[in-house]
Ligand binder design. Structure first.
Ligand SMILES: [Zn+2]
Length: 229
């Protein structure tokens, strides 16, 4: 999940500070700090930022009695940027119109930030499952290798796995990657049904069933962190 922010650099400043006001996030940083460093920091701190924005929104709502919306939140779905809008309503719900994901939290929900996080994960899991249902069948048939079961899991440092019981699993965060990258992970894990290692034979099998191995590996290395929610 990403957060849009304004960046103000200064020659005088010695430390980085994150200011949040009216749902706007401003980062004040010394002139020598790289943009990529600040992007990483924003990703690491996004939960804290999100809860701050939500707190401020709730306070505003209490005083004005209006709906709250996290207007500047977004995430990625199959490589596309999707905006998130949140609101407190009578019942919790998840709705998607192809461009915006609408998350609502029932008034009894205490930790709204955690609630939205859970809803987003549930949504990503559903989207990835729908894609895997189609592509896993197609690719495993084409490669003539068959798995016993497939699960979607939450992993910190891996995109997929395959064990000796022919069970496959995929990282829920893959739902954020473009489909051509997901296809690579699928081919990679299916190839492990034949070779449970990264031998030459394994790579030969992967390369003969997928043409952009290097590009997909580079994509995951460079963009993997941006898929964090
Ligand atoms: Zn592998």
């Amino acid at each position: 999940m990403f957060i849009d922010y304004h960046l103000k650099k200064s020659y005088k400043r010695k430390t980085i500070s994150i200011n949040i006001k009216n749902s706007e996030v401003t980062v004040l940083a010394p002139h020598f700090v790289a943009k990529s460093y600040i992007d990483d920091l924003i990703i690491k701190k996004h939960r804290w930022i999100q809860s701050k924005i939500e707190d401020q929104k709730l306070n505003a709502v209490k005083s004005k009695n209006k709906k709250s919306a996290l207007v500047n939140m977004y995430f990625q779905l199959f490589g596309k940027k999707i905006t998130i809008e949140c609101a407190r309503t009578k019942v919790s719900s998840i709705q998607f119109d192809g461009r915006t994901l609408f998350l609502t939290a029932a008034s009894r929900v205490r930790n709204v930030s955690e609630h939205y996080q859970k809803q987003l994960k549930e949504f990503l899991q559903k989207c990835l499952q729908a894609y895997l249902d189609i592509r896993l069948a197609e690719i495993s048939t084409a490669m003539n290798l068959h798995f016993s079961r497939c699960q979607i899991k939450t992993y910190k440092r891996r995109w997929g796995s395959c064990n000796s019981k022919k069970e496959l699993s995929f990282n829920v965060l893959l739902a954020g990657a473009p489909k051509w990258v997901i296809d690579y992970v699928i081919v990679h894990e299916i190839a492990h049904l034949k070779y449970l290692n990264h031998s030459q034979n394994f790579w030969h099998l992967v390369n003969s069933n997928y043409s952009y191995v290097k590009d997909a590996e580079v994509w995951l290395k460079e963009n993997g962190i941006s898929l964090q929610i």
